[in-house]
Ligand binder design. Sequence first.
Ligand code: ATP
Ligand code: MG
Length: 789
Amino acid sequence: MSDTNTGATPESSNFLRTLIAAQLASGQQSHVVTRFPPEPNGYPHIGHAKSICLNFGLAQEAGGVCHLRMDDTNPTKESQEYVDALARDVRWLGFDWGPHFYHASDCFADCYRYAEQLVVEGRAYVDSQSEEEIRANRGTISEPGRPGPYRDRSPAENLDLLRRMRAGEFPDGAHVLRAKADLGAANMKMRDPLLYRIRHAHHHRSGDAWCIYPMYDYAHPISDAVEGITHSICTLEFENNRDIYDWVIDNCRPTPRLHTEKNGGACRPRQYEFARLALSYTVVSKRKLLRLVQDGQVSGWDDPRMPTLAGLRRRGVRPEAIRLFCERIGVSKANSTVDIEVLEGCIREDLNLCAPRRMAVLRPLKVIVESWPEGAVDLLEAPEWPPEQAAEDPGKRGSRTVPFMRELYIEREDFMEEPSKGFRRLAPGREVRLRYGYIVRCEGVIRDEDGQITALRCTHDPDSRSGSASPEGAGRKVSAVIHWVPATGNMPVEVRLYDRLFRHPAPDAGDEDFLTHVNPDSLERLTALAEPALRESRPGDRFQLERLGYFFHEAEDSTAALPVLNRITGLRDTMKREADAAKPETVKPEKPEAVKPEKPETAKPVKAARTLGPEEQARLDGLLAAGISAEDAERISTDGRLWAFHAAALAHHPNARGLAAWIANDLLRALKERELSAIGLTPAGLAGLVVQIDSGRITGRTAKDLWPELLAGADLEEMIRARGLEAVADTGAIDALIDAVIAANADKAAAYRGGRATLLGFFVGAVMKASGGKANPALVQERTKARLG
Ligand code: ATP
Ligand code: MG
């Protein structure tokens, strides 16, 4: 029975890595040559990725080489299309076989030569029994096999028959060549295994040169030995075939042709087995994937729902994510099913760091901001990266502008006319913040003749512009932040949302046909509206569409009228989201210079990726009740160190949420590199930092800059004083900055004075920027208003 690996404690051990290191250290092996040997009868899938990463990875780490070898011993199912797909996808995954691209068919002549040798030496014979007779005479686990009537043919007769088989004198199935091994062997596979069969079939490479083809069990060890392979790594189901493997090597004694300078002309490859990858909610078998294609369940091998590498690539997954996954699941000898969430988690982890943020609305609902002046536009500055990434990487400080105007679109599901319990977003009489923009309040709805809501009537709070910060404006608590796009200048796109291809966690485990478990709703196509910045997008680009997930601008579908954005994955597991939909949302209120600015993707509660123990669950509940974001709460509740740190800091300063943001993100990150005992910052020290931010004495930006030194144990007070880091609260200094900004933007100042009140936000933002983030935001807001008159 296989068990399920939830990935909560990723096993990343790799017994082969350990073994090879020991072999090299002891001198048992002088070098490493591996191979990835796919059969070109389909496109490679995520299971193959495990084998590719393993074989190429082990060789790389040992300074050896890895061959790519097409195991093309079965001419009827193989094709050049598959050969090309395999080679392309191995390269896409990031591996290079150099000059070592081979085919099992390269060794057909060797195989035949060794077959004649076996026959001459009396170690193999031509058997003329039918398939059924052979099976019947093979015995059972409790009974040994019985010799058939042809087992004692003389070497001369066998050689004659073998040559005539090869010459095409006999029809398919008339004879086979068998090893004269051991009919009494406990391992049934050793009861005279088949070495050759007759197949009058055209081969995609060798053409019609052969009408007998070697069996995998015979050709594989010979290819390995001829290519100078040292470690022949295969999946566990071949464990019993290892005896045949050794028998062939010992009895044929093949001469290596490659790497002879390293192996002195002798090579004894050995077979090692590892557990194949099984993944929940999908199938990983080329044969079954072919059925999905042939049955029309998917559009082809590269359908973005397929677990093939071509499908994953077209969906938008990066090879980095797949390599991360293969490393994380580890390599063992125990078969298990990996939860598909582990793969999804790796994909998210990879994309989080490389996908800039954008907004789009999937199911648009118009919003008319009636208090907004007709024709006025406020160009909001929207950072492309979350602040923690921008703080760490100067290349991630960019932003795009999003025009805020009187008519906008929001997500239909972000509005409920009669809000259910726990619904915190827009409803009549309620307020939400429009991401990067203003707080709006729903005053009423507009209906069509059928009574359907076609638009919302809203008003906005002019003092609530994001980034500006009057206590009654930007700092006001709202229960949700939602995404939106402007009504003018947006871009229609075709969005394709994918769900799991199967509804059953183990679609091919039961007796029923696995196709009965196909999820009929695995693809949803929508025409969505994207923010104007998406006009710059090119095929191959990836984004995080806020609150919606990670998307890929795909290139393959040239028939689509609009640009196609594939959803690579949601921000959180969608199955869980459904389960949680009924629960109330926890949304971070915004704060001026918030330590952790709004992050809509955490707006939904997160159920831990694994089942929490009662103690952890109690912690989580307490943290959520204290208003801590779901994501931060989950991290803290499941890590005893963070939990204790938070509790201790809370004794010094009651801002649970502010403390949590630092602990669950910045401190946790630091703990990845060192022990808590090596960190100089104490819980009281962190509380002191948050006190300074909350009181407005230093800005969040300054705090971030000081963080590395604080971790190292530096004294906050001393740094603030010695470096003059206090937020600029000096009215004279701020006024000077404001005047400079006004002078540089005389046209905008005139427009403001002429009635475009919305431009206030622009000025506040510019002054904050000019102060290097050190100005007291509330003061800037107040003074700017006054100076603009
Ligand atoms: P399939 O059933 O998909 O055809 P296979 O094992 O027949 O799988 P091959 O093309 O023969 O496919 O496999 C090439 C290599 O990849 C082999 O070494 C095989 O062991 C390995 N491999 C195939 N599937 C998996 C998997 N799910 N996990 C790990 N390795 C795999
Ligand atoms: Mg196969």
